[in-house]
Design a protein around this ligand. Sequence first.
Ligand SMILES: [Zn+2]
Length: 267
Amino acid sequence: MFEPEIVTPIKTLDMPLGGAKGFRAALKTLIDFSLIANRNQQGTPNKIIDQQDDTDGSGTSNALELILELARRITGNDHGSLGLHPAVYFYGPSGQHQAPMFMGTALLFKRKLLNNDPLFFSKFAARRAMLEKTLVDYKSTIATILQGYVSKHRVEKYAQFLDNLIERTGNTKEITNEEIVSLSGLTGKVFVGSSQSGSVDFSDTVKSETFIRKALESAVKCSICNGYLDPSKSVSYDHITRKREGGCGSAANCDLTHPYCNQSSKS
Ligand SMILES: [Zn+2]
């Protein structure tokens, strides 16, 4: 369905906002996400050669539905949305978007949706606060781990690592740097450096690191799971005392939650 060759002609187009390079990167992200969302029951991507001609458009419609289903699990205000905070899940220590983290997270969720595994998402919500603390505290280690994976397996390996990490957070004992490296499946020592500089001026990396750290320190958290909220993209307004128990619509009775958490606490 998605021909990689379609990337070529856009080289000749005049692209504002990041130019053709930025546009190609965005298009690649869209194609990669589409392929993950359309994986089959065996979890392997559907190949173009296996596709029937889509004479009535239903195949395209189905593919778009699957893309929306996965995207709505990650962000947005739909009931099942986990409303993942991008700075926690998809950005490296210096505030750079990490495509393998985004695709790996999407791949793990797609697998759980394919396996019809609703328990996974309730487990994720229950362990979310500890998981997110780990993802934030060990951003440098995780960035180094990602670099340690062979490029073509990076998304797959990150999905497995995240799954392992979610399992590990079932144990509330504080996690260590060594354990994180062990869960990554990488053998040998993972060197973790910090952005130290001999200069008295702040480098762009130091500024970015500081910005992301301060932004997360002041971020609002979900009143149900205590995970980070990104209210600009995903938020649900929760009655602290439920309506059926006499709760009113005042600001004092209103709290912010992830859409998924609000829905789950009501069921
Ligand atoms: Zn929550």
